[in-house]
Ligand binder design. Structure first.
Ligand code: ME8
Ligand code: MG
Length: 522
């Protein structure tokens, strides 16, 4: 069976509605998934929501509704957003799903039976307000716990622990043996440093008296599992992993066909969650090194250099932006305004600037002037050029596109796709079809310029389709090309991004403004 390209994103907390950071991560994953399908690969794209835990329990209590009801309404907001932004996934990982629960409990039971999970007593200072044990890190300069912790008391509590520390040497050797375990490289180095400092095991439970909104431990009904075995496990439970099978080879082909995944996560959850806990959990479950997922770590969108947060009141609402500018304009800015491994500042002004410069001017202008000229000079009909007047924009560009996309440098790929359009705007300036049209001796030359301009548009549409699916369809519609596949993603195929696709005599459609300029009103 040919391998499926399996891509996952972090599941999003359902303690509050989605913000622009969530939108960015899912659009990035969607662009990579669409690019793979464009290349003819089979893709399985998994995303979802993290519905259990303390934060959700607290938010639900504050709202005065049961947690199950609370997560339902927030979950719906995520589902609605992905629909609005054309994020097209194959499976939905909602952690309250009974299938997921069965898988999580199966995994916990197996590791417990194998002696990887044990019970221990913890004693220390505990913040009642924050519901967590405090360490010396939480002490202020005066040695006391600050007022943000509220009342602090000494407590003893029993919990279950996962033997994390015994896998430390393995994790170091795995990281050292695989250069692309984490992308980008500086994040892999950051992870390695953190692993070197690793000590102690991982607490994986909470007594039900403290937290009951979670998955019960299969071997002790007084506890629920706390975060890690619940949330991280989604990446395999929703891909068909069977916890009763202890080797990869005994897993069903449904699972083996997909795994290992490319996992897209934000910079805040590499250390320790995905880079340490998750990789060690998989190793403990018997996943061999070559079956470890690759971690693609993206940066964060900030607001004027500051972190976006509810308390700072600077959370950017993706729904409002999509309503105001359209899904494609928002997708475009989220992809071009940031380098995948870096942070960037989100600003509506920049969104408008990028849109007007690249889409309204370059691509939009190229489309309307080309169609207008073909209709004006040739009644909309294209002729195969008899001259080789192909613009010197060569297919090398497409090779770069593939290479940069394979390195997840989406913003650079956009420049290649849009570059074809702006290059052809220049080509039209140079060739001056309006002058050629006045000279009967230049008939063939004019045919060639019109034909290759239409071709450049067709190819730009193919290359931009992972980023701007709606606009790519709009360009094909106006070219009257592949109308039988209108609205379908199969309309775009990477292998067709080469000169000579439009047949002799092809008649193009009417130009309709695809990217009307956004005027800034103050
Ligand atoms: O971390 N810019 O959920 P989450 C870019 N449920 N990405 C951002 C961002 C920003 N400003 N803010 C958040 C969780 N993200 C857990 C994951 S694993 C135990 C489960 C990214 O809702 C963030 O980095 O806080 C993460 O990858 C994703 O959004 C979900 O964040
Ligand atoms: Mg690396």
């Amino acid at each position: 069976m040919p391998k499926t390209f399996f891509i996952t994103t972090a599941i999003d907390y359902t303690n509050s509605p989605p913000h622009i950071g969530h939108a960015y991560e899912k659009v990035l994953a969607d662009v990579i998934a669409r690019y793979r399908r464009l290349k003819g690969e089979k893709v399985f794209f998994l995303t979802g929501v993290d519905q259990h835990g303390q934060k959700v329990q607290q938010s639900a209590a504050k709202a005065g509704v049961p947690p199950a009801e609370f997560v339902k309404s927030i979950t719906q907001k995520f589902v609605d957003l992905w629909k609005k932004l054309d994020v097209k996934y194959d499976a939905w990982a909602a952690t309250i799903d009974p299938l997921h629960k069965t898988c999580v409990q199966g995994i916990l039971q197996r590791l417990f039976d194998e002696g990887q999970i044990y019970k221990d007593k913890q004693a220390g200072y505990y913040s009642i307000r924050q519901e967590q044990f405090l360490t010396d890190k939480e002490r202020g300069p005066d040695g006391e716990f600050g007022p943000e912790w509220g009342e602090v008391e000494f407590r003893e509590e029993e919990n279950y622990y996962f033997k994390l520390n015994q896998h430390k040497e393995w994790l170091l050797s795995y990281i050292d043996n695989r250069k692309d375990a984490v992308v980008p490289d500086f994040r892999q180095a950051e992870l390695r440093n953190a692993v070197e400092k690793l000590s102690g095991d991982l607490c994986i439970s909470r007594p039900k008296s403290r937290l009951d909104w979670g998955i019960e431990l299969p071997f002790d009904k007084d506890f629920v599992t706390y975060v890690w075995f619940d949330a991280l496990t989604n990446y395999i439970s929703f891909a068909g992993y069977d916890p009763r099978q202890s080797t990869i080879n005994s897993q069903s082909s449904t699972f083996r066909d997909k795994w290992p995944a490319l996992q897209i996560i934000g910079k805040d959850i590499l250390v320790p969650a995905h880079g340490i806990y998750w990789l060690i959990m998989l190793h403990a479950l018997g996943f061999p090194d070559e079956q470890m997922p690759q971690l693609l770590v993206h940066g964060w969108w900030n607001i004027s250099g500051a972190k976006m947060s509810k308390s700072a009141g600077n959370v950017v609402d993706p729904f409002a932006l999509a309503d105001k500018y359209g899904a494609d304009a928002l997708r475009y800015y989220l992809m071009i305004g940031i380098a995948t491994s870096q942070d960037a500042d989100f600003s509506e002004e920049h969104l408008i600037q990028f849109y007007n410069r690249d889409l309204a001017n370059d691509l939009g202008n190229m489309l309307s002037r080309t169609l207008t000229m073909i209709r004006k000079y040739r009644n909309g009909r294209l002729s195969w050029p008899s001259l080789d007047q192909r613009p010197p924009y060569e297919c090398k560009g497409w090779e770069n596109y593939t290479n940069t996309m394979n390195q997840f440098a989406v913003h650079q790929c956009i420049y290649i796709a849009i570059g074809a359009a702006s290059f052809c705007n220049q080509y039209i300036e140079d060739q001056k079809p309006w002058a050629l049209a006045k000279d009967p001796k230049q008939t063939e030359q004019l045919d060639a310029v019109l034909y290759y301009s239409a071709e450049a548009l067709r190819m730009s549409a193919i290359l931009i389709s992972p980023i701007l699916p709606k606009a790519a369809h709009g360009i094909f519609d106006q070219l009257k090309w592949k109308m039988e596949l209108a609205g379908k993603e199969e309309r775009f195929r990477f292998e067709e991004a080469k000169w000579g696709g439009l047949p002799n005599g092809h008649v193009v459609g009417k130009p309709v403004p695809l990217f009307p300029r956004i005027e800034i009103s103050d």
